[in-house]
Structures are given as C-alpha cells and as structure tokens.
Design a protein around this ligand. Structure first.
Ligand code: TXA
Ligand code: MG
Length: 364
C-alpha cells in the first residue's frame, strides 16, 4: 500500500510547505533558526543562492539525501553538492585538499564555484550518489550562508526543481515544482547569476571543468592555467559522455521541443520565420527565443527575449525564467537564436544545447 502510494507520488505530496519571505532585518534570524531545526530533524528546506535556488537537506544524514532524491524525482546515482559557509570546513569533508583547491577558494569563494575532491568517511554515499568524491561549494549569498550555519554547516542541495525541468531562479518557480513535497521555502527574490555554479574536478591529475557556470573558464585559467574543459560537455558523441553524472541527462529543459538555429543574423531570422509559419499552418503553436536587438523581426505568436546580446550576465540571469515562461504559454516548439562560447556565454550555450537535446540547425 505504502509502496503503491509512493509510486504515485501521493506520500511525497502530503505535507504543507511553509513559504517564508526574507526581510533583511532581525526577523530573518528566526526564519534561519526554524529552517535549521527542520534540517537537523531530517527535513527539507529550499533556499536562495546567487546561482539558483537549492533544495537543502543535512549532507551528513543519509536519510535526508534519500528524501531529496524522492522530492525531486531524481535518479539517486546523480550526486548532490555539499554547501558550506566557512572555507575551512572544506578540510572536514574532503580527504586531501590540494593547494589548487585553497587557491581557487581564495579567488572565488564565497561564489558560484563547486569543487570535486575525494570525500571523507563522514560524507555518506547517499549524498555522493555512490561516488568516492564529493562536490563542495561555498555560495556567495548572505541568506544562504546564515541558513547553512543555522543548520549545522553542511547542506546537501541540488537545484530546487523537479528533475528535468529548468532550475528555479525565483521562490515561485520552487513553489510550482515542489509545493507539498518539502517543508519550507526561504524566499529572497530573484537569483543574481541565474545559472548553476561552475564545477571543477580536482580529484584527478589534471583540473577539469565539468560544468561551465557563473565563474568563467577565462577567470579560472588566470588562477590555474592548465585547467581544461571536459571534452564530453558540448559533444554529441555517445562515447564521449560528460564526466558529471548530472550533465548526461536531457536537462534544464522546457516541455516544448527546442531547436537552436545558427548562422548570420539575417539568415537566422529568415529561417526561424519560415519555420514558425510552417508550424502555424500545421496548427502548432511555435515560439522564438531571441535577444532585444532582434525581437521585432519575428512573426511567431510567442516571442521572448532574454535581454541584450551585449549583456551576457543578463542573458544568463533570465534564461531559465524565459524557458519556464514558454511552458506557461503552452507552446509546442521553440526556435532559439544561437550564442557564442565566450565568457558567461559558454554556460548559456551549454544549457541551451542540453535543453535542445543537441538539436541544432546550421545555416551556411
Ligand atoms: O549552483 C549550483 O551548483 C546549484 C546551487 C543550489 O548550489 N546546485 C546545483 O546542483 O546545480 P545540481 O544537483 O542540480 O547539480 C549538481 C551537479 C550534477 O551535474 C552532478 O552530477 C554534479 O554536480 N556532481 C555532484 N557531485 C559530483 C561528483 N562527486 N563528481 C562529479 N560530478 C558531481
Ligand atoms: Mg539541477
């Protein structure tokens, strides 16, 4: 019976989710205390970070990690990131902390950087998806740090979305995905970065970027010149799969089918307009993802801009919100303009490519 209810998601949806708006005054302390208590008792609290909202549980409690997988509907072989609030705590959960890790922490923590290191015994395999390594991040967000401290110092947290949908950048996104499945949501408005942290693997000989994100490859190279990008990241080749388990799934995706159209600006506009006209004739509802500079050029019934092409940070901040908006408008197909792979645009292009399941059209 219980098994059956669990399968249908009835047990996971039975609880009431408390939404607490942070006010940036003394009252917040009470909220952090209350959230901390929930975590210590094995419950789940969604909290803001500078990248995306996280779904937090006690990283050292295997039952909490199991609950996180269940609430998200996520495969349990996809490891979680452990969030800390004090850099020195790195050595409490990582077995060997190389000099490069301290240098990266010095340069980018607190901030949107996650490091992979060999784990210490106290980190349960439930948290690391069975791996001997652990992902660690000190987020650059005041409320996140206060919450982590109030909750004991080690918070396991994936992004606070249902598995497969775009990561949440507002508390409302979290509410829509996880209401009834978790104990509490701490609301602190919109996330400043808007895309997940950059993941750097330091557990092997050569430092490697497993996921591009808020800290750019260029900035990392300034600190570790020999760092390389996981060759499986932007590749479609089955034999060259990404090293981070989470990067293998079709991920970050809206419900509608997404295509990326690449080529000169003029050609892309022409192609997208002809595709959307064809879709309309077939009785489908097509949509366009574009930038401020080109949005007037499209004829589709739904055209959403992610910001100016000259403002990469803004594009990153708005991307997931726009992908979710397409779902809300019930479109069938999305045609997206392409972006470069420089600076923050590497992360934008990587997420779009994954959302599109690598469906790209190149116009010569
Ligand atoms: O910005 C972020 O990183 C957000 C916020 C909440 O901190 N968190 C986040 O977590 O994006 P999640 O679970 O959605 O993504 C974690 C990624 C997954 O792709 C996972 O496979 C990878 O990190 N990962 C975690 N531990 C790993 C490990 N030991 N080795 C390789 N990849 C790992
Ligand atoms: Mg995620």
């Amino acid at each position: 019976m219980v098994q059956e209810q669990r399968k249908r998601g009835m047990i996971g949806k039975a609880m009431t989710t408390e939404l607490i708006q942070l006010l940036h005054d003394k009252k917040d302390e009470e909220a952090f205390k209350k959230a901390g208590k929930i975590i210590k008792k094995g419950g789940l609290v969604a909290f803001p970070t500078e990248t995306v909202y996280g779904l937090g549980g006690d990283a050292l409690n295997p039952d909490s990690s199991r609950k996180i997988y269940e609430a998200k509907g996520r495969p349990s072989d996809n490891p979680l990131i452990v969030h800390i609030a004090d850099t020195q705590k790195l050595a409490e959960i990582a077995e060997k902390v190389p000099e490069t890790a301290w240098r990266l922490a010095e340069a980018f923590w607190p901030g949107p950087l996650t490091m992979i290191l060999p784990k210490k015994k106290i980190v349960p395999f439930e948290t690391t998806g069975g791996l001997p390594t652990v992902a660690i991040r000190e987020p650059g967000h005041r409320a996140a740090l206060s919450f982590i401290r109030a909750a004991g110092g080690f918070i396991a947290a994936p992004s606070a979305n249902l598995s497969g949908s775009p990561s949440p950048t507002t508390a409302l996104h979290v509410m829509r995905d996880l209401e009834g499945r978790i104990d509490m949501i701490l609301d602190d408005g919109t996330c400043a970065v808007g895309l997940e942290s950059t993941i750097v693997d330091l557990s092997e000989d050569r430092p490697m970027i497993l996921r591009p994100g808020g800290i750019t490859k260029e900035a990392l190279k300034d600190v570790i010149p020999d760092i390389v990008l996981d060759p499986g990241l932007m590749s479609e080749n089955e034999e060259q799969r990404p090293k981070a388990p989470g990067m293998k799934y079709r991920h970050y995706a809206p419900k509608a089918e997404l295509f990326i159209i690449r080529g000169s600006e003029e050609k892309v506009i022409e192609k997208i307009n002809s595709l959307t006209e064809r879709d309309l004739k077939e009785g489908k509802k097509p949509a366009v993802l574009c930038v401020e500079e080109t949005k007037e050029a499209y004829h589709a019934p739904c055209v959403l801009s992610v910001g100016s092409r000259l403002e990469g940070e803004e594009v990153a901040r708005r991307l997931y919100s726009v992908l979710r908006e397409f779902d809300r408008q019930g479109v069938d197909r999305i045609y997206s303009e392409g972006f470069s792979e420089e600076g923050i645009y590497l992360a934008v292009s990587n997420r779009l490519l994954k959302a599109a399941g690598h469906k790209e059209i190149h116009i010569p």
